[in-house]
Design a protein around this ligand. Sequence first.
Ligand code: CTP
Length: 401
Amino acid sequence: MESAQGIETVSLMGKKIILGVTGGIAAYKAAELCRLLVKAGAEVRVVMTAAAQQFVAPLTFQALSGKPVLTSLWDAASGDGMEHIHLSRDADLLLVAPASGDFLAKLAQGRADDLLTTLCLARTCKLTVAPAMNREMWAAAATQRNLEQLRADGVQLLGPAAGEQACGEVGLGRMLEPADILAALPGMLGAGPLAGKRILITAGPTFEAIDPVRGLTNRSSGKMGYAIAQAAAEAGAEVCLVSGPTCLAAPTGVRRIDVQSAAEMREAVLKELPSKAFIAVAAVADYRVDAASPQKIKKSEAGLTLDLVANPDILAEVAARPDAPFCVGFAAETERLAEHAEAKRLKKKLPLLVGNLAQDTLGQDSAELVLFDDRGQHRLPRADKLIQARALVAHLAKLLN
Ligand code: CTP
């Protein structure tokens, strides 16, 4: 499983997690999630709904968690009959994965007609859900209405992902892979290596207007910057992402500020300082049109000459401040990567620079990276950008700590 990489360092040592499993085919993946949670050091109590037991036997989870599985409100009424209260009081996190459409509906209404919904209502800890359902069920107006309610109630959502579904259809609604759910948890629990640290990131291209309908821009999908923002949030950082125009959604827990031009990006970045680290991933346009036309420029046989002026170098400016954060630069080169990247790192006085070959990376989901720091070069062989982002964040966390 591709996304299982990059999570070897996840630690949930001593964290008490209630894993709620509801009825959906993704319940079989919850078994793997349970194994990963235990491996990461968490103490896991599994609670299954009646429907979940139609897909996977409680014994599977008992074996994986090393504890009896709770399946009924009435079984749990042992001792003083307040097991549902004690369980949730004791937990650091209540994680429901998979969370079916029906379960989300009940949760949004605050219903408590079985052990899991009762625990959710009685809890004082954080509640995170990883939805899983058919794409039409996910897109249904009722589900979207319920999700809006859940977000407003402070429930954290993980996923869903898009892709092939068990029903044969393709679309949004698949449960996130267990490894991706695991990776997101330390940050949510304040246990990641960047816990409590402010990290400022730029991503995407900038757009420099020529007139109201035209402009100059760079090729950049924003995927790498957004993946780094996600990885930093997973590591517990308080992440601010200053983004040029992209088609991407902000990762969970990341605060995004949208900008268009390099000047707007610079202003937003300076406003967000101080921060512990600044990761400049954006492909900032080097030049802007000196005087953009307020009206649409009409075409002419005579051609068009534009006067361009240099844009400010945001990274160099931030790195030169007396209160400079730990600055990470990116260098997309088309040749002689090591030579150009190291020259750039020294010129901008950066403790860390990430180099890649532009033609191998642009717009793609995977990348091959080389990290340049004071100790030399570290090669990250080609992998999914999120996996690379996690490796970069782990490296950054080591240097910061
Ligand atoms: N950067 C920035 N502001 C700019 C230009 C670049 O913050 N105006 C940042 C980028 O986000 C990236 C690094 O600086 O982290 C790239 O620097 P540089 O290589 O100087 O940008 P290029 O335009 O690619 O340089 P060159 O054309 O000389 O290769």
